[in-house]
Design a protein around this ligand. Structure first.
Ligand code: ADP
Ligand code: ZN
Length: 709
């Protein structure tokens, strides 16, 4: 059986070997057994049911909660030459009847559908008349009532066990915790399923957490090392999402906003662009994510603290599904903690629930102030022991210095106590520094013994210290009042001198801002490979557009990268590249060989710039900003913009940033005469020195295309 599976893996999917436990899982299910698969995002869950589905006779039925994901998987399978279909509400009654007929004739190998569909009595009856290869239940954690993805329809899937006792079932999830696992087993009646538990480590993700100093500047520093990479920037509030997205566009990064407050068509459009175009940055609240299967998200940046390690793991896990190097970056500060704690306190729910949530937040904070390997700490939280430091996180790479903070910590805590446990960090720091301002005087705080005891440290150092005290739980935020600091029970031993306190030493803020990210593997391709890489990507994009699928469905980045590195010269070389199966070899092999051989070079590179230019213009960048980004002259940008306008890929408003009245004046100049539009040369003189000549070409192109329709 394993041998046959191996052949399917190579012929259809183009891969050489199974990853992790894939082989064992496939063998189990292909032989008719049930399986419960826990594997992290990007671990390769799809193959675990697709391969046995192909090996067994009959229809493989895949339950998936999200339409977008289904379409993606169906497109991917179709590209591989596997006949697949999704049955969902977007199909008309007529289309549904046709699909049913195709299924009856055995023309469909894999059927994706939503759980509520599957459990309809008519559907079950229909399936009962067919031979079924297997049932795959994807995102199986949706059956858990405690998780945030709970879907009541999943509860009904248990009946498959009784109705189809001879059909193997495989449930898959990337959710790790024990409670969810047990719920899946009970509710889906998977008592006889073999359990396959993988490590939840994501070895290709580089983790970095930095203190928040000047967050926007820090973000820019991080992004500037990752130009033309796709990524997600998470913010806590909708307002901040809008602001950060606008700011990034201003700074020349193509960014789109996404949050629940946007009209649903805008949201859908932005999501679609993020999936289909390359190098876009999605600035989003946590509303964005579930159902994002884009494999080449190169980074996830957090501008605000997530509320738990579960959330942090899940959100950062959207980076690097394709297994190539990716970055998880976060800036966090005391204000985040205050905000999250206040939100929590004001949220609904009973005290016990709130206590649990506070503990989760504390675990998140502990990771931020962690002095050992971040990955070890993160996995430990999920009950996984990693014997050695990972060597692939900021703490491992930069090293962490600690210092004995016992004395200053006592001073800080005593400032909290002596001022009556109700002031915020700003005032407390002023007291320690011995500032002589109005607020200090009005409360008589200049008379306190702690006033001025901390003059030998900078304001920045004290702020850092307070943040660390809160993160360690030695000081609490007063949530009933105005967010001032209080002492907590746990700080007594420290105040009494019974214990000492070691803290992480902070790097100087300037250095932090400059080396905002800087993971060793942030760049996938070397400068000398860039040109060919872009040519490969351009060809992929062209094919994707022709086929109406996202680029990664044609080939994932990892496959393009392997082509780039191994430089196949013939179709048989090409067949050896991982990710090139028989069907794709036949369809695309030649075209990619041509690009690699250099014969098809010129056209795609230009096509590529054009594509990027359109994205940038749509994201609101001005022609001069675009020129900067694409490293070409403004004149070139204008002529490409004019072409894009002529091809109706851009509107004039998207392309240019002229004031309205000047725009009208230019348009009038062209429209003054009778009949044909005058050439640019004829009106150029009127605007010499007022607008770049390129603008005239763009306006003319727009008018021309209007006349043509
Ligand atoms: P998951 O659903 O677990 O997040 P996917 O099934 O989407 O992961 O797989 C992630 C990526 O890894 C996909 O691009 C997939 O084609 C690739 N992949 C999976 N298994 C293998 C393998 N054995 N060899 C090479 N690539 C693989
Ligand atoms: Zn590490």
């Amino acid at each position: 059986m394993l041998e046959q599976a191996q052949r399917v893996l190579k012929d259809i999917f183009g891969y050489d070997s199974f990853r992790g436990r894939q082989g064992a899982i496939i063998e189990r299910v292909a032989n008719g057994g049930d399986a419960l698969v826990l594997m992290p995002t990007g671990g390769g869950k799809s193959l675990c049911f697709q391969v046995p589905g192909l090996l067994r006779d009959g229809l493989a039925v895949v339950v998936s909660p999200l339409i977008a994901l289904m379409d993606d998987q169906v497109a991917t399978l179709e590209e591989l030459g596997v006949s697949a279909a999704a049955l969902n509400s977007t199909l008309s009654a007529e289309q549904q009847r046709e699909l049913a007929a195709r299924i009856r004739r055995g023309e469909v190998k894999m059927l994706y559908l939503a759980p509520e569909r599957l459990v309809q009595p008519r559907m079950l009856e229909f399936l009962g008349q067919l031979q079924i290869a297997l049932f795959a239940i994807d995102e199986a954690h949706c059956v858990s009532q405690w998780g945030h993805d709970f879907r009541p329809e999943y509860l009904q899937l248990g009946q498959l066990a009784e109705q189809f006792p001879d059909v193997p079932r495989i449930a898959l999830t990337a959710t790790a915790d024990k409670r969810t696992r047990e719920e899946i087993v009970t509710r889906l009646h998977l008592q006889d399923a073999e359990r396959f538990l993988s490590s939840f480590d994501r070895p290709n993700i580089f983790y970095r957490i930095v203190p928040k100093e000047q967050p926007r500047k820090q973000l820019l520093a991080f992004l500037s090392e990752r130009r033309s990479d796709a990524g997600i920037v998470y913010c806590l509030s909708r307002k901040k999402v809008d602001e950060v997205a606008a700011f990034l566009c201003e700074q020349g990064f193509p960014a789109l906003p996404y949050h629940a407050g946007l009209p649903s068509d805008v949201r859908a459009a932005n999501q679609k662009r993020f999936l289909n175009e390359e190098g876009l940055i999605m600035v989003a609240t946590i509303a964005f994510g579930m159902g994002i299967d884009k494999p080449n998200v190169r980074f996830v940046a957090h501008m605000d603290l997530p509320k738990s390690l579960e959330a942090y793991y899940q959100e950062t896990g959207r980076a690097g599904r394709d297994g190539l190097p990716a970055d998880a970056w976060m800036a966090y500060g005391l204000q985040d903690v205050v905000m999250l704690k206040q939100m929590l306190q004001n949220s609904e729910g009973d005290e016990r629930h709130k206590r649990v949530e506070h503990h989760k937040l504390d675990a998140m904070l502990a990771l931020c102030e962690e002095t050992r390997c971040r990955r070890q700490a993160l996995l430990k939280y999920f009950d996984e022991d990693m014997p050695n430091p990972c060597g692939h996180c900021d703490n491992c790479v930069d090293g962490v210095q600690t210092w004995d903070a016992t004395e200053p910590a006592r001073q800080a805590l005593s400032a909290v106590f002596r001022t009556g446990q109700r002031y915020g960090v700003g005032h407390l720091v002023d007291v320690l520094l011995g500032k002589d301002n109005e607020k200090i005087r009005s409360f008589g705080h200049q008379q306190l013994a702690v006033w001025g005891v901390g003059k030998d440290r900078s304001e920045h150092d004290w702020r850092t210290l307070f943040r660390q005290l809160v993160a360690r739980g030695l000081a609490d935020i007063d949530l009933e009042g105005y967010g001032g600091l209080r002492l907590s029970e746990t700080c007594r031993p420290l105040l009494r001198g019974e214990v000492t306190l070691e803290l992480r030493r902070e790097l100087k803020p300037q250095t932090v801002a400059r080396s905002g990210g800087g993971s060793p593997a942030s760049q996938l391709v070397r400068a000398d490979e860039r040109e060919q890489w872009e040519a490969l990507r351009a060809l992929r994009r062209k094919l994707a557009e022709e086929h109406g699928v996202p680029p990664y469905v044609i080939f994932p980045d990892s496959t393009l990268l392997e082509m780039l590195r191994s430089q196949p010269q013939s179709m048989s070389d090409m067949a050896r590249v991982s990710g090139v199966g028989a069907r794709k070899l036949e369809r695309y092999g030649e075209a990619f060989l041509e690009v690699l051989g250099g014969t098809a070079e010129a056209a795609p590179v230009v096509a590529d710039i054009r594509h990027e230019l359109i994205s940038l213009a749509r994201a609101g960048m001005t022609p001069s900003q675009i020129a900067g980004q694409l490293k070409c002259t403004e004149k070139n940008v204008y002529s490409l913009l004019a072409e894009a306008i002529a091809a109706q890929q851009l509107s004039l408003e998207q392309a240019l940033d002229l004031p309205e009245d000047l725009m009208a004046e230019v348009q009038d100049a062209f429209l003054d005469g009778e009949g044909e539009l005058p050439p640019v040369a004829a009106v150029a003189e009127l605007f010499a020195g007022r607008v770049p000549e390129g603008v005239l070409y763009c306006v003319r192109a727009a008018l021309q295309s209007e006349f043509e329709v």
